[in-house]
Ligand binder design. Structure first.
Ligand code: CA
Length: 713
């Protein structure tokens, strides 16, 4: 039974955390007090709760529950909600075990709620140093915990793997899984295989070498580690797989920057075959001409790799993007099922990686069964089924010239947002997007240790001011649900969204499909035809995947709402749903639920910049520096995405602190460290000139202020 946690009370007070749900029987608690209930049920069974990241080992995110279905979903309503004390992106899949819902929030915090009432039972803050944010490509996010035998396991942004007692959140063990002298981070959920917990990491954009490791559930002892890319050949290889991989890296000193290949999100485990599948990320740097200038496939970048989970040894691999040069990770959601292909029942693994092709592989052998484009693809004409390799278009490798407007861009035709495979409809639902990009080699590239190192010139990718080009680029930006038939290798239908970066998917045997979106809704669709059946205004963009569970005969739908993640930060005007402020909440729905969210006042962006004094040369230099150091958190062309304050709204008083913030790190507690070791005073000033110029441009376009896209008018 849960008990009252003194440390949680202190932390709650520190964070201003309130048990602010409105469910019956839960009184609004005084600040700093958490009422811990004793209402856990011990009767729940695994098939109606949500105990594994992907619901089941096959990671289908298809629930057999039918109480909520396409005939009655219109009566679905909010049952309770809980406000979290942070304002960064929420990407977690909550787990529901024995009547308790466990989820993670920003900065790797863990929360446990009574899954019926929403009461906060305990929470745990690993106190990630906020200055580590300078090493995060994609917001201070976490995608969830793993559960086994009354223990929870989760990773932290600074590379720890922590085991907690599920009943009260106390720490059982904590391991540093990464070299802290390198800019590693963990955002993905661990997976449990036998007596081990497996975790990868991220950081390729900043320069790391990817690996995945297994630790003993009991005490956190490291059991094995599989590197995904070779280190310096002169130092020898950790495994035969690395000796083999090194033969595919030609020229260069990739090990100085790290080579990349981080396993930052998806894994799947087949207990019958005893194979662990991992999705491997992009190269570090992206640009192969710098990383491995004489070419080669650069194994195991952008690959699905099958490992023996007993010892972490290599079994087979399939590389989706040989010689990766575009951030085309294969870390995307991996789903296991059986499909009838050409009259034969095959055990398959399916993935829609960033590169735009949907892959079906035989998961026993790694044989390619099909690869068809699920998104707009301009970099390759097709995947050759004889060789298993994509047939690239000549301009794609940006050798000596720009790539032209390329699709997919680095954000991918599909990113981390989980898909769902519904065996009743035979469809895989893909949160698909088209976000173009222009690639060019960064002239005079030098390795900036700990900072962004992609070897690409972001100026050519920044949205141009020329209205004709802007409109053409923005016209190519799209987002949708693609209902993909993996046997036919073709879409069956598609639901268009206003723009990209929409939430993960859930489908159910109630013939329903749930997804949150960038515009701030949670929507239910018919699973067979995509008909829109129900929607809820969540007041903030949703990127996380919904889950469902049943307790005491009542089915619930839950989702963490809270706009954020990579494109929410960097997107600028590509975010066609507009800047929607992050409001971080756990939302839980049931039939007849009648709660509502508090009304919100529309927020306005007010532009009141100081006088523009920078010369065109200074502004241009500032733009170059902004697009090197600032863009990945503060947004393309200094247009904020609603997560981090829009720099264009900085007024004269704010600008007086500029050097203190940019060089001195005044706002380090928010993750904004000082850049004095990288930028001179003159460079800091030039970035300031650029931001002021952007603010004047916004002022001229919008007058006194642009209304944000809040639904509450
Ligand atoms: Ca990447």
């Amino acid at each position: 039974m849960p008990r009252r946690i003194t440390s949680a009370l202190i932390l709650a007070s520190t964070l201003g955390l309130n048990a602010c749900n409105e469910s019956p029987g839960t009184s609004e608690s005084p600040a700093g007090t958490i009422i811990v209930s004793s209402t856990r049920t011990a009767t729940a069974s695994p098939d109606v709760e949500w105990a594994l990241h992907g619901l089941n080992g096959a990671e289908t995110r298809f629930s057999p529950l039918t109480d909520i279905n396409n005939d009655n979903v219109e009566r679905l309503g909010l049952d309770w909600y809980f406000d979290y004390p942070t304002h960064r992106g929420l990407e977690a899949t909550p787990l529901v075990v024995d009547g308790v819902i466990y989820t993670t929030g920003a900065w790797s915090m863990v929360f446990a709620h009574d899954a019926r009432s929403g009461e906060l039972l305990w929470f745990y803050d690993p106190e990630v140093p906020r200055e580590w944010a300078v090493h995060l490509c994609c917001d201070a996010v976490n995608r969830g915990v793993a559960y086994r035998d009354d223990k929870l396991f989760f990773g932290t942004l600074d590379g720890r793997l922590i085991a907690l007692e599920a009943s009260n959140g106390s720490v059982l063990w904590s391991k540093q899984t990464t070299d802290k002298s390198r800019p590693y981070s963990i955002t993905g959920a661990p997976r449990i295989v036998g007596d081990k917990v497996v975790i990868g990491n991220g950081g390729s954009e900043f320069g790391v070498r990817g690996f995945v490791s297994a630790y003993s559930l009991a005490d956190g002892e490291q059991m094995w580690r599989f590197y995904t890319v070779p280190g310096n050949p002169e130092e020898g290889f950790e495994s035969p797989a690395m000796a083999r991989a090194a033969k595919t890296w030609d020229g260069g000193e990739w090990w100085e920057i790290g080579g990349g290949g981080t396993v930052w999100d998806s894994m799947a485990y087949d207990p019958e075959l005893n194979l662990l599948y991992i999705g491997v990320g992009n190269g570090a740097p992206w640009n192969q001409q710098i990383r491995s200038p004489d070419g080669g496939d650069n194994l195991f970048l952008s690959s699905i790799v099958a490992l023996n989970p007993d010892d972490g040894s290599y079994v087979w691999h399939y590389q989706t993007t040989p010689g990766e040069s575009w951030d085309y990770t294969a870390t995307q959601h991996l789903i296991l099922t059986e499909l009838d292909i050409a009259g034969q029942q095959r055990k398959v693994i399916m993935q829609a990686p960033k590169n735009g092709f949907f892959y079906v592989l035989d998961r026993v052998t790694g044989e390619l069964l099909s690869a068809e484009p699920y998104a707009a693809v301009t970099w390759a004409s097709h995947v050759d089924m004889e060789t298993g390799r994509p047939v690239e278009k000549p301009a794609a490798r940006y050798k000596g010239a720009m790539s032209g407007l390329q699709l997919p861009g680095p954000i991918g035709g599909h990113n981390w947002h989980p898909m769902s495979y519904n065996p009743n409809t035979g469809l895989v639902y893909i949160p698909k997007q088209d976000v173009p990009w222009v690639f060019a080699t960064e002239a005079d590239f030098r390795y900036r240790k700990g900072y962004w190192n992609t070897g690409t010139d972001n100026r050519v990718a920044s949205l141009p001011d020329d209205p004709a080009i802007r409109d053409a680029v923005l016209g190519a930006v799209k987002g949708s649900i693609v209902a993909w038939d993996p046997v036919a290798g073709a879409p069956r239908w598609e639901v268009e969204h206003a723009g990209p970066w929409n939430g993960g998917m859930l489908s159910t045997a109630g013939n329903l499909l749930f997804q949150g979106n960038a515009e701030g809704e949670l929507v239910a669709y018919g699973a067979e035809d995509g008909e829109r059946l129900w929607a809820f205004d969540a007041q903030t963009g949703i990127v996380a995947p919904p889950v469902t569970y049943r307790i005491d005969g009542e089915q619930y739908i839950a989702v963490v709402a809270g706009w954020g993640g990579a494109l929410a930060l960097v997107g600028g005007e590509a975010l066609t749903a507009g800047p929607k402020p992050n409001r971080s909440r756990l939302l839980v729905f049931r039939m007849g639920g009648d709660k509502s969210l508090p009304k919100i006042a529309p927020e306005r962006l007010v532009f009141d910049p100081p006088v523009l004094e920078g010369s065109p040369d200074q502004i241009e230099d500032g733009k170059r520096l902004y697009l090197t150091y600032c863009v990945f958190c503060h947004g393309d062309a200094a247009v904020g995405g609603g997560v981090i304050p829009d720099l264009r709204t900085l007024n004269t008083e704010g600008h007086q602190q500029w050097d203190g913030i940019v060089l001195g790190g005044l706002h380090w507690q928010n993750g904004m460290v000082g850049f004095a070791d990288e930028l001179s005073g003159e460079q800091s000033r030039n970035i300031q000139h650029y931001v002021i110029e952007r603010a004047h441009r916004a002022l001229a376009q919008t007058g006194q202020g642009a209304e944000q896209h809040d639904s509450d008018e």
